[in-house]
Design a protein around this ligand. Sequence first.
Ligand SMILES: [Zn+2]
Length: 636
Amino acid sequence: MGRRSCWILVLCRSCDAGRFCATIWTEKQSCSRVRRGRKHLENSGPLGKGRGLLLVQGGIPFRRGVGRNIVAEDNPGGTTMLNGAEREFLAGLDAGAVERDLEEISRYERPSGSPGEAEAHAYVAGRLEAHGVDTVRTAFPAWTFAFGEARMRFWAGGREDSLPAKIWGYSPDAWEEPVRGRAVFVSPDRFPPDSIAWFADRTSPSGRDLEGRIVLSTTRSAVAIRDACARGALAYVFCWPYGDETVIHESAVCAGWGAALPEDVELYPRIPVFAVDRPTGERLIALAEGGSLDIELRGRSRSEVKALPLLEAFLPGDSPYFILLGAHMDAKHHGATDNGTGCALMLALALRFARLKKRPFGLRFCWWSGHEFSKYAGSSNYALERFDELNEHCLCYVNADVPGSKGADDFSQVAATPDFMALARRAVRDVTGQDGEHVGPVNSYDQSFYNIGVSSCFIWSSQLVPGSPHGSGAGAMPWWWHTEEDTFGKHDMEVLMQDCRLYALGTLRILEPGWLPDDGALWDRLIGELEKLDGRGITLRPVLDVFRRNRGRLAGKGGLKERLRAIRRLNQALYCQRAPYFQDFRMGDGYVPGLSLPLAALAGGGLTDKARFVLDRYAVAQRNRLMVLAKELESL
Ligand SMILES: [Zn+2]
């Protein structure tokens, strides 16, 4: 053939997954202009994963099968194509090396601060240094937890039995002195909602109705556990409500975050929290509801201040500005997909970008610890220790967590701050052919940099397709999430390489000459969110006036330095409640959380006088905080 056969099959937005019509784009090798042809394929068979559809762009397979999100026909022709340099760059990602790296990282069990994690860090550092990339390994203090053996015995109908259980992180130790009591099932709707309202009073309107009880429930809300404790419960058993898998998922329940403030110390559980799988949970709940069930729980658990490691690699650029990229190395067990895949992805990116000749900005890669056993302590501590350089020069934070899992063909949730949304969405389209939608504020996934005002570009990427057999029922995570079963082989190299290309392409485009963040989108989102809140019990008109006035004056104007100064304040207003040099804790999700959360709680009713008073005054203080940020923008 005289020219390379490249074709792209684009499905109509209106076609369902069973029958489809399509536009076929063909492309000459030498030119990036797209020739469109249209062909209706109405008689084709049903589409699905593994049905032999391979979409190819520039020789790079970028999508196998067809998920539910498809490229819209109204894509402006040519604008979503890769240029020659991008194709060449992406073709330089080595899938064989990524899989070998993943296999090596997944060999080790990697709890935070463990020898296995240190081995995995050493392996990644060795790979980088062999390719001439300098690395730095340091340590930082973290408030961590560790858990071990757990046992559950129970008595029902005169019979004694035992069932498998695990103890969750930050629980008080219950090994030498087990907890024993009458079990009671409390449905999630009998706990207060996971809202700031609980923090404003901290006494339960239900009184001490769970005195001496062991609570069974299907929610893992931190507020529910605090409420159970306030109502006198001795322990809390989280009954996994999703899939039928009999492995028990491990986690921790607390509203704290990383490098905590003194007042946050109270946010850690004061009663032990255990977890059981769904079949066990259903059996226990039936026994508790059917008569008398007594449970004895034992579990080894320890919380302590411990030094955790950090591995960094830095690729310098032609300016002091840099992109921060991170993935957590620590894992509940072998953590092949959570987060061996993310660590291998970051290694692949570091090696590929090291070969890029011209970098206008630096790239700083971090392999975090303290994510799984210390609530994002690695990223949170980094925000604390590197505050000034992040504030002055960090362009954005790029985070990879759980990419490349089996069954995760869905790239439709694009998680980024508004100023990076267009870039992220375009990269998703160009790499996967899927049309992503903006995901609202994300209050997890090592997003420890909002207080500084640093934007995010990719918080996660591939997600399980809803209904996937690899999912845990209707839950968002795979059935092996946070268990011993997250081992090498749970990944899908095709998905993982799509993730790699997506992150590489998005990052490469930030390095394009003349790139500037889309600060206008951030201004618009903030003003839009403030307009929604205005008049809901508080007037924001004066604050809005200052923001609107300065949007016209500042948005889309100036160079990087000027825009970053504005972006810092806009992110702080949109995502945070606390000052830049502190860390917000996890209290709920919402834009402008300092206002949206208390105003929603006040509008919801059912509050004590004390909670109403506290939340009302808090909202006024937050309004004042927004005015300070608006006036700082005015002085730019
Ligand atoms: Zn993870």
